[in-house]
Ligand binder design. Structure first.
Ligand SMILES: [Zn+2]
Length: 167
């Protein structure tokens, strides 16, 4: 983003408050996480367990309770590489990642704008409630917090299939 781009690139007013690209992406990401969680829970429910394990006999089994066959390959044998990969991405693993990603997202968007002792040098986007310090001239972020958060949220969202077409 160039030096002149002080206003968030695609910010637009939808009534109040300002809804930014980042906000839209966060909304999309939370919905994508909900959908992914739902799919993982359904897979766990269908197989009786969130924990799957590759068996040397060539099948992928649900564990706890054990015994439900989740998958097998052609000729009733699942190659170890494929089976171990599937086990490493079982519903339990997916749910762990989603839970961690939700916390990461919360951390990312909680990042504060730059606040310094002299309000004249505090980021114009800072608010007392949110960032713990007032500024003299409210306006768009000039401390790079918004760009940083946008970039990181986008990277997280890309892991869930976000593309520019999602906007
Ligand atoms: Zn800022």
């Amino acid at each position: 983003m160039g030096q002149r781009a002080r206003r968030p690139r695609d910010a637009r007013l939808v009534g109040e408050p300002l809804v930014t690209d980042t906000d839209q992406m966060v909304t999309w990401l939370r919905a994508a996480m909900d959908a992914a969680k739902h799919r993982a829970e359904e897979a766990a429910a269908d197989t009786g367990s969130a924990n799957w394990e590759y068996q040397p006999s060539g099948i992928l089994d649900a564990m706890e309770p054990a015994g439900f066959m989740v998958a097998t390959g052609s000729q009733d044998f699942l190659e170890p590489e494929r089976g171990q990969f599937m086990a490493a991405n079982d519903p339990a693993a997916v749910l762990r990642r989603i839970a961690a990603d939700r916390q990461l997202l919360d951390d990312l968007i909680a990042e504060q704008h730059n606040v310094v002792e002299d309000p004249a040098y505090t980021c114009p986007a800072a608010t007392t409630e949110r960032d713990g310090g007032r500024n003299y001239h409210p306006g768009p972020c000039n401390c790079a917090r918004d760009e940083r958060v946008h970039r990181r949220v986008r990277l997280l969202a890309e892991g869930y299939g976000w593309t520019e077409e999602e906007r």
